[in-house]
Design a protein around this ligand. Structure first.
Ligand code: BES
Ligand code: MN
Ligand code: ZN
Length: 494
């Protein structure tokens, strides 16, 4: 799908469909007023007859209005102007693309930027592009007959007045972000028998091939052995698939500039290992590599937008399976940092692969390290499916991430990383144990990681509740690619 910004009168648009807003109570948006005048009051007439209430996210498709160049006019309800918040704005945009995709329109011009939908013009452009891309996304690569592809190809965000020059940049960055989300969704939705650690490594190498600015390297188990990654390697012991440690170095700025390092959990299937998970919904543990997928998606996005920043993606990836060679509860391993870990539950494996990847990340002399992981079921209990959990050892970084979350509407919520929780990880036999008990499970997981990140500025994102949807709408969301990309865009602008 292609996106553009257009200025012009809605009645003159040579588009398959012009989209304008109507407020609840019948007030026409500025663009709708122009159309109404050109169409001899066809719009105010049908509103007077009661065919369009203007209720938020309602739609009405009209054909061949007199005096209008476009074949179709789509009216979208904006609700009450006073109630137009971010949530309703996203619902309005989603409903718009559902209605557009039900038509045969190949292009559409949306007059919504001027209407105070969402926070500001940049915000609504981002959300419109994310909603458009999501509306045509299909996870059908493994169906014998692919679903019908959507007709909609060109989406113009149109304004009556001259749009601000910066919006073109915003649009291009949002389109690249949407492409990155698509990659993250596609990888997340692939089953564990296709999307193996080797498959992820191949994707990362392909990304390095496609973009001169990305250099990908893949470490094998024997390399990790040499580096002393006893914690990471303990997780892959039950699997026949070889573990990989992927690094992608993106150079967009001066070589001397310290990079932001993104570390993504890449468990391509999490059965729990010897601490086997219950059977119900275990298939969803194919999504346990969504942190890794978000790193790949973000790297692709920033390469596509040629962001002026240095960024390194680090992905530890393996399977967590039970077998005669698998790690057992009570086993003690030595991490790359030298700290020993008593593994009391083999299902708390994410932190075991991340801690070695976090120690490894020091080699890039990072300015900031952010890890992204579907780390704890407790995070889903705490925050549900709306916000990702966020922790940081620096308040400024936390604030920057919170702001990027609002800008991209890919929101996060900060949880405490206080030392008061640390004793829950004390072990009688090793430097620490890998679980902290039932209470505060998301926090103790973060506290575990904090023991490996003392030497740099760091944040941890627990995306267990936000990386995918369950039930009828089952599928990866592409989050937190928008958050990460926006954070990096903001960093590059500084
Ligand atoms: N990948 C899971 C976390 C998870 C669970 C994400 C459910 C999304 C939905 C992780 O590896 C895990 O199993 N965590 C355990 C930790 C526990 C053993 C301390 C959990 O959350 O139950
Ligand atoms: Mn697990
Ligand atoms: Zn896991």
């Amino acid at each position: 799908m292609e996106f553009s910004i257009k200025q012009g009168n809605p009645d003159k648009q040579r588009s398959d469909c012009v989209v304008v807003g109507v407020y609840e109570g019948g007030k026409l948006s500025a663009a709708a007023q122009v159309l109404d005048k050109a169409a001899k009051h066809a719009l105010s007439d049908l509103i007077a007859r009661g065919d369009m209430s203007g209720k938020a996210a309602s739609t009405l498709l009209l054909h061949k209005l007199p005096g209008i160049a476009a074949d179709r006019v789509l009216l979208v309800g904006l609700g009450k102007a006073s109630e137009l918040n971010n949530k309703t704005s996203v619902e309005i945009l989603r409903a718009t693309f559902v209605a557009l995709n039900a038509t045969a329109a190949k292009d559409a011009a949306l007059y919504i930027i001027d209407e105070g939908v969402g926070k500001d013009a940049a915000w609504v452009i981002r959300q419109a592009i994310f909603a458009a891309a999501d509306s045509v996304y299909r996870a059908d690569s493994l169906k014998s007959k692919p679903a019908k592809t959507a007709m909609l190809k060109n989406v113009a965000l149109a304004t009556l007045d001259k749009p601000a020059a910066v919006l073109k940049n915003v649009l291009e960055q949002a389109a690249a972000t949407a492409h990155g989300m698509e990659l993250a969704k596609t990888l997340g939705n692939l089953p564990g028998n296709v999307c193996t650690p080797t498959y992820l490594a191949a994707k990362a190498l392909a990304l390095g091939k496609a973009h001169k600015s990305i250099k990908t390297t893949v470490l094998e188990e024997k390399d990790m052995q040499k580096l002393g990654m006893g914690s990471f390697l303990s997780v892959t012991r039950g699997s026949e698939q070889p573990a990989k440690l992927i690094t992608m170095e993106y150079h967009g700025a001066d070589k001397k500039q310290k990079p932001v390092v993104l570390v993504g959990k890449g468990i391509t299937f999490d059965s729990g290992g010897i601490s086997l998970k219950p059977g119900a919904e275990m298939d969803e543990m194919k999504y346990d590599m969504c942190g890794a997928a978000s790193v790949l998606g973000t790297m692709q996005a920033i390469a596509e937008m040629r962001l002026k920043l240095n960024v390194v993606g680090v992905i530890p990836t393996c399977e967590n399976l039970p077998s005669g060679t698998a790690t057992k509860p009570g086993d003690i391993v030595t991490s790359m940092s030298g700290q020993t870990i008593e593994i009391l539950n083999t299902d708390a494996e994410g932190r075991l692969i991340l801690c070695d990847a976090l120690t490894y990340s020091k080699k890039f002399d990072p300015d900031t390290v952010i890890d992204i992981a579907t780390l704890t079921g407790a995070c889903v209990i705490a925050l549900g499916h709306v916000a990702s959990g966020m922790f940081s050892n620096e308040d400024k970084l936390a604030k920057e991430l919170l702001a990027a979350g609002e800008q991209s509407h890919d929101r996060i919520w900060q949880l405490p990383l206080w030392d008061d929780y640390q004793p829950l990880l004390d072990s009688n036999f090793a430097d620490m144990q890998n679980i902290g008990g039932r209470s505060g499970g998301t926090i103790t997981a973060a506290c575990f990681l904090a023991r490996f990140t003392r030497e740099y500025r760091w944040a941890h994102l627990d995306i267990a509740g936000t990386a995918w949807k369950s039930g009828k709408e089952k599928g990866a969301t592409g989050r937190p690619v928008p958050l990460l990309t926006q954070y990096l865009i903001n960093r590059a602008a500084k």
